[in-house]
Design a protein around this ligand. Structure first.
Ligand SMILES: [Fe+2]
Length: 225
């Protein structure tokens, strides 16, 4: 079995799950969700996916023994924490700007009960503490490769159908267009170079599948609103 065959299996799984064409993205793109559903998804997305991103990533930095990789990880964490590469702001902060554009106050956000979907996603990303350092590759692949592609129709729909001003959509813009291509390459590189044994490959696929499935379920949380 070639060392990088895991990449083929990752691709097959992600293509089948098809996060970029998740019903959430299609329906927001067409304006088919109620305002309440869009707001519900947005609040849960913040709690389950966004708010601790710089900290999960920094945990991978702490665990990584390879200097060049550590640098890539800390740059990624710095981008999440304060917009180091995009020269914008921290991504959670950008997302809160978007929530404001949707009419959600900080108070409303803070007081929103966290759903099981958001809780499960949050725990999954914090799992980076307990797996071998190189398994950050599959853990981050969904968030930095698949999800940004869904942001394209979501961003268009939010502006066209839900009245979110363009300047409040910067979070989506930087993810859809500019920042995360380099992170995808880093994640694939670490998988290619360091996920070698059968055991590690199996674990890599397990982490990828669990993460992508949880993210897909979190995208579907609008159904609860
Ligand atoms: Fe981000």
């Amino acid at each position: 079995m070639p060392a990088n065959s895991v990449e083929g299996e990752i691709k097959t799984f992600l293509d089948k799950l098809d996060i970029p064409h998740h019903p959430l993205a299609i329906k927001i793109g067409k304006g088919e969700l109620s305002e309440k559903q869009v707001k519900g998804w947005a609040k849960q997305w913040y709690h389950g996916f966004l708010k601790d991103a710089d900290r999960w990533i920094a945990q991978a930095f702490v665990n990584c023994p390879v200097p060049a990789m550590r640098r890539a990880i800390i740059e990624n964490a710095a981008e999440e924490a304060w917009g180091y590469q995009s020269k914008t702001k921290g991504h959670p902060e950008l997302f809160v700007d978007f929530l404001g554009g949707l009419g959600i106050s900080q108070d409303e956000l803070d007081n929103e009960p966290v759903t099981p979907e958001a809780h499960a996603s949050l725990l999954q990303f914090w799992q980076i503490r307990s797996v071998p350092w190189f398994q950050f590759g599959p853990l981050f692949l969904t968030s930095e490769s698949e999800v940004p592609r869904a942001y394209v129709p979501i961003m268009q729909g939010l502006e066209q159908h839900y009245g979110v001003p363009k300047d409040r959509l910067l979070f989506f813009k930087i993810h859809a267009a500019e920042v995360d291509e380099a992170h995808t390459a880093t994640n694939l590189k670490v998988i290619r170079e360091y996920v070698q044994s059968d055991r590690d490959r199996e674990e890599c696929l397990g982490i990828l599948k669990t993460t992508a499935t949880l993210i897909s379920e979190l995208m579907g949380v609008y159904r609860k609103y």
